[in-house]
Design a protein around this ligand. Sequence first.
Ligand code: ATP
Ligand code: MG
Length: 687
Amino acid sequence: MADAQDNHGGLLFPPIERIQKEAHISSFKQYEDMYKQSIEDPESFWKEIAKQFYWKSEPTGKFFDYNFDSRKGPIFIKWMEGATTNICYNALDRNIDRGLGSKIAFHWEGNNPEDGGHITFNKLYEQVCKFSNVLKSMGLKKGDRVAIYMPMIIELVVALLACARIGVIHSIVFAGFSSESLAERILDASCRAIITSDGVWRGNKLLNLKHIVDEAIIICEKRGHKVERCIVVRHLSPSDEIITEDGDGDCTTEPPAKRPSRQLKIQWSDRDSWWHKLMELQDAVCEPEWMDAEDPLFMLYTSGSTGKPKGVLHTVAGYMLYSATTFKYVFDYQPDDIYWCTADVGWITGHTYVCYGPLNNGATGIIFEGVPFYPDAGRFWQIVDKYKVTKFYTAPTAIRALMKFGDDFVTRHKRTSLKILGTVGEPINPEAWLWYYNVVGNKRCAVVDTFWQTETGGHVITPLPGATVTKPGSATFPFFGIVPALLDEEGKEITEAGKEGYLVFKQPWPGIMRTVFGNHERFETTYFKKFHGYYCTGDGAKKDADGYIWVTGRIDDMVNVSGHLLSTAEIESALVEHAAVSEAAVVSHPHKIKGECTYCFVTLKEGFSFSKDLSVELKNKVREKIGPFAQPDFVQEAPGLPKTRSGKIMRRILRKIAVGDKEVGDISTLADETVIDKLFQLRPADA
Ligand code: ATP
Ligand code: MG
């Protein structure tokens, strides 16, 4: 059991011995040596890694080439140009060739704890080949775009891999988005076809995905774009009644009156086909399309926390190298691992760490259809015990939400199989980190706080479980090939400890995005115009005296109070240390004298209620923790916070609420719109 060591009042967590013993990288010195090589000689570093993969042909030009400075010409990044390969071939055929055919690729855990199944690499290969042939039979070919709007079921991975196998660019849209948001993404990418399922249960809610897709297709048609084909997986069990209008005669139509609340009505038209019908006719062999290293693999829209989502484009070879390598080292992948990433495949975390990264390592993963609170708040840990999960990866929003329900839901499950606990998506406040470490991990698991973006393809700042001494709240050090820097507003590098700046990267790594789909100019302006010669993340960060990087969140989430630059994340961390607070979101608010002040939204734990006294206590808490200048001017109760569908707090909306401005802007990526009204109603009278 490892206990924290005190480090000038902060906590240090050395690697856990049992993890270190088996780790690929088992000392900080080893990390440092490899890191040094990766940035001084990236070519040899990644060439060595490339040997693990199958290449149909070798690169024809430079191993890598780039321009990060728009004054010198267009921005571009290329790795292994001219080499040909296929990522699906590497994920399936290559693994089967090395004897992993009968290994389980995925366990599937349904929304209902009684629903489950699994698929081996052999079977996955067969399904993917068949579905590749389905897509080909529809005339879909290399370079075409296909939208995928599916629940967390095995067919989702089959669809993704089949696209990759034949060179179709997949654009996965999280199946929680509205028809309008889905339509926008289909239009932006001009998708020729869409793959969906009839419906899905999420917790107690039945969602009619097919209906949402139909609506989206109509919106597209009105705007001049025709989606040619729609493929529908029959996912709901036969007891969930499916009623088709204008039915094609091959689905069950049970009496509607039986269980009206569960009734799912789907419409059918000429462009629709059932997945299982199409599969029946297909060959289980499909020669992969040999792709150029720099051919597009997929596009994916960012979460939209800050504004209109960007269609981030990734290419084949670089993404393959990077997703597999980060997976291997950050989760210290071992052949007997049962690995579970709870992210939906509709987000980048699902692309890289549910699908491509694990599959290319031959790992056994879990695909979970449900939600953390169904049937109760212990579901995650029940699943961990059921499959004996060794590596677990989730988001701070889930950790904070589960904390709120108390420790019992966790401790009633064993969790003895766990070794590594990962987090991603937002800065994790130390309070949540410690709960994850102490309660979930029972002080015997490594916590890896991984910082990265849709744009970076994989982890860029992260601890390595066998090598890094961690500090709660810090993503620690750069991954191989990553050269971070902190810049001030003028673009000068910040070298002093503790000073916050813009987090940028100086040189490309294989997994970095190549463009914004159809809009290279937006790519250049968003990431490369602010500081010439650097990729700009848009996030703020600081380095402490030991060189640890602390990502503080989006740079526009900074407040300037009487000349003190503060990140709202720091204030949030102080607030959630209070026993009554489960979640906090802080934004800047105009102030006559100070210029800006802070306005705090707090969600309380079960059993606590909001009062004037509590508000005073919370203000004092921040004052004590950070300093008198940081004392918030306003604290308001927030029964819920506006979040993206991936669970991130949308502070730009909170800024509007804080000033009482009803023009909140684009809310298409918001998970629950009703919270906005509630928050307007709860504004303090003096705000
Ligand atoms: P948009 O770019 O459309 O506003 P988004 O940035 O939320 O949306 P993602 O690419 O899903 O879309 O998220 C990446 C962002 O998430 C990072 O830029 C950072 O702000 C935050 N983030 C992710 N992981 C961490 C982490 N471990 N620590 C701190 N912040 C993190
Ligand atoms: Mg972003």
